[in-house]
Ligand binder design. Structure first.
Ligand SMILES: Nc1ncnc2c1ncn2[C@@H]1O[C@H](COP(=O)(O)OP(=O)(O)OP(=O)(O)O)[C@@H](O)[C@H]1O
Length: 585
């Protein structure tokens, strides 16, 4: 099996911000301006204790004009602070939202282009959580906590510089007591937090997957009486999530130990500061600066300790999102195009290529060459299968359940890529075709057709090229399905999907066939696409699809004998290889 990239449940958080920077680069000017404003706003707060300290010294020196200057400065600082904080917050939030929006759109874009095999290999709840909940958490963090995180970090840094300029001895006393203790607390937290938060996020993803599967399989569970099993599984997941949440809470408790460290530091500072003032080695104003600044320092440290949990949670979410973006990134070279319209004679047995236009996609030979494919390592499903379908041929594909027919159909339509070997259309490897071009040429109609919330028209028009109502009505007409659409309560505008209305299994297949008729591809692969439709209607539709375009290559997977009987050549698969070929007549 070709190496398949997989998402990690607890992806690496190493250098997560540096990795995220790639997605922020486009906004670097806005980011720098927002950070500069935030730093300036923080400086206006840090300066307050220094100005008060200077004012106290002026009082003790009976310097009235100095005192007035200090008072005026305090007033100016408070006005500047108000303006700068507001401005920095607005700009930070705006730029943060832009980055989050870019990440959200990129995640959805990459996921929508990810190989089917990648999507099938992951629980849909996990993918959903990464692209919705975790991005929403990131957006909330940007809006709610990011300005605080920057202010607190700036405050801690600038205050330290201020204190050093006031008295290095008192700063040393502060650092000797405060730093080792706080470093110990933070290191313990840093060691315990990433695995705890990652485990909680993974448990939440698993729970969402289980819930989603339960909702999707509700009918089967009710009929088979399997709800008990599902409840047990959900309870197990819920228990794991509960334990993971408890572990996170315990980790957060480590951080609250910093309050004890703060009490100890204040006591030491008061003692040393009082002694130095009595010895006349520092002014009373400096002691005042230290008392005020360290109070604010502790407030910031407390705020930081509260924020650390949220920051960690956000970093975990960001790492999971980056994991998704990095895993789904394709380094494939620019997709090639099919050869342009030919002026020379076509290869023998081939018709000339059409020049394009959605209704005249070019024709060509479809070939599977020595294709190997495995869903799971070591369990090969197709074993070097080769098959050639001539341009315009109508071919049946039959075989026992599990023979590999659907797998081959998905490979022939480019939904899967072979582990080795190749699938070519008109001599071009399907991997080299842009998705839009590929769909114009080769279309698979599966047995299970999926719907989105919207009207019948929205659902029918869910094909590249956004066909309008007229094109949809024409396609219905060509397939003889106008009456069926008109019989629905509001005709083409009947609301469907998202719990608003459902179609029967056979009607869903009609939708799949109309979509195929709208695309009108050169190659149409029907995988049990009429199995749920009554035999008479199925025959009518199959004939319509046949006659709509007589030069179309048609590959039909079917169990119904009457469908197979209409096809001039039938290939039988067994055990992932061609077993026999039957030709009519
Ligand atoms: N998503 C998947 N993950 C793992 N194994 C899979 C997956 N889909 C199919 N298989 C396995 O691949 C093998 C071939 O399946 P496939 O659906 O191609 O058979 P089929 O011939 O179309 O069967 P049927 O007639 O029942 O539709 C089976 O053994 C099946 O269990």
């Amino acid at each position: 099996m070709a190496e398949q990239k997989r998402l990690s449940a607890s992806p690496q958080q190493h250098r997560v911000l540096r990795r995220a920077w790639t997605h922020m680069r486009a906004d670097r000017r806005r980011i720098v301006l927002a950070l500069a404003l935030s730093a300036a706003a923080t400086l206006t707060t840090v300066a307050v204790p220094a100005v008060i300290g200077a004012g106290v010294d002026r009082i003790l020196q009976d310097d009235r004009s100095g005192l007035l200057t200090a008072a005026g400065l305090l007033l100016a600082l408070s006005v500047a602070r108000l303006i700068l904080f507001r401005q920095s917050e607005i700009r930070l939030t705006a730029v943060g939202e832009r980055v989050v929006r870019r990440l959200r759109e990129l995640a959805v874009q990459r996921l929508s282009r990810a190989p089917l095999r990648f999507v099938e290999a992951h629980p849909s709840g996990d993918l959903l959580r990464r692209t919705t909940t975790e991005i929403a958490d990131l957006a909330n963090f940007v809006r709610g906590q990011l300005p605080d995180v920057l202010n607190v970090s700036g405050y801690l840094l600038f205050t330290l510089v201020l204190l050093l300029t006031q008295s290095w001895l008192l700063t040393l006393a502060l650092l000797v007591v405060f730093v080792p203790a706080i470093v110990w607390v933070l290191r313990r937290f840093k060691k315990a937090a990433p695995p705890a938060f990652a485990a909680e996020a993974a448990a939440a993803g698993r729970m969402a997957s289980t819930y989603q599967e339960l909702v999707r399989a509700r009918e089967m569970l009710l009929t088979s009486g399997g709800t008990g099993y599902w409840r047990e599984r959900f309870d197990r997941d819920s228990e794991t999530r509960y334990r993971a949440a408890r572990r996170t809470q315990r980790t957060l408790f480590v951080i609250s130990c910093s309050r004890v460290v703060q009490g100890l530091t204040t006591a030491v500072l008061l003692g040393v500061g009082g002694w130095l003032a009595a010895e006349d080695r520092v002014s009373v104003g400096v002691v005042v600066v230290f008392v005020l600044a360290t109070r604010q320092l502790f407030d910031s440290a407390t705020q930081a300790s509260n924020l650390v949990g949220q920051v960690q949670q956000t970093l975990t979410g960001l790492a999971r999102l980056l994991d998704l973006l990095e895993t789904t990134r394709t380094d494939a070279p620019e997709p090639g195009a099919l050869p342009g319209p030919r002026t020379s004679a076509p290869a023998s047995g081939q018709e000339p290529l059409d020049e394009g236009g959605s209704s005249t996609a070019p024709r060509g030979v479809l070939e599977a060459d020595e294709v190997h494919y495995a869903y799971v390592d070591g369990v090969e499903v197709l074993h070097g299968l080769s098959l050639t379908v001539a341009a315009g041929e109508r071919l049946g594909l039959v075989g026992p359940t599990g023979a590999g027919k659907t797998t081959l159909a998905k490979l022939l339509t480019g939904l899967y890529t072979p582990d080795s070997g190749s699938v070519r259309y008109d001599g071009v490897d399907l991997r080299a075709l842009p998705p839009g071009e590929l769909r114009r040429r080769i279309v698979l109609v599966p047995q299970r057709v999926h719907m989105i919330a919207g009207s019948l028209l929205d659902n029918l028009a869910l094909v590249p090229g956004e066909p309008g109502e007229t094109a949809v009505r024409e396609a219905l007409d060509r397939l003889g399905l106008t009456d069926w659409a008109e019989r629905l309560p509001q005709g083409l505008h009947t609301p469907l999907g998202g719990g608003r209305g459902e179609l029967s299994a056979g009607e869903l297949q009609l939708v799949g066939l109309v979509r195929a008729a709208l695309l009108d591809p050169a190659v149409l692969v029907l995988d049990e696409a009429t199995a749920d439709i009554d035999p008479a209607t199925a025959r009518k539709l199959e004939t319509a699809l046949d006659t709509l375009r007589t030069d179309r290559t048609l590959l039909v997977i079917a169990h119904r004998q009457s469908t197979i009987d209409r096809l001039p050549r039938v290939v039988r698969l067994d055990g992932g290889a061609v077993d026999s070929v039957l030709t009519a007549g």
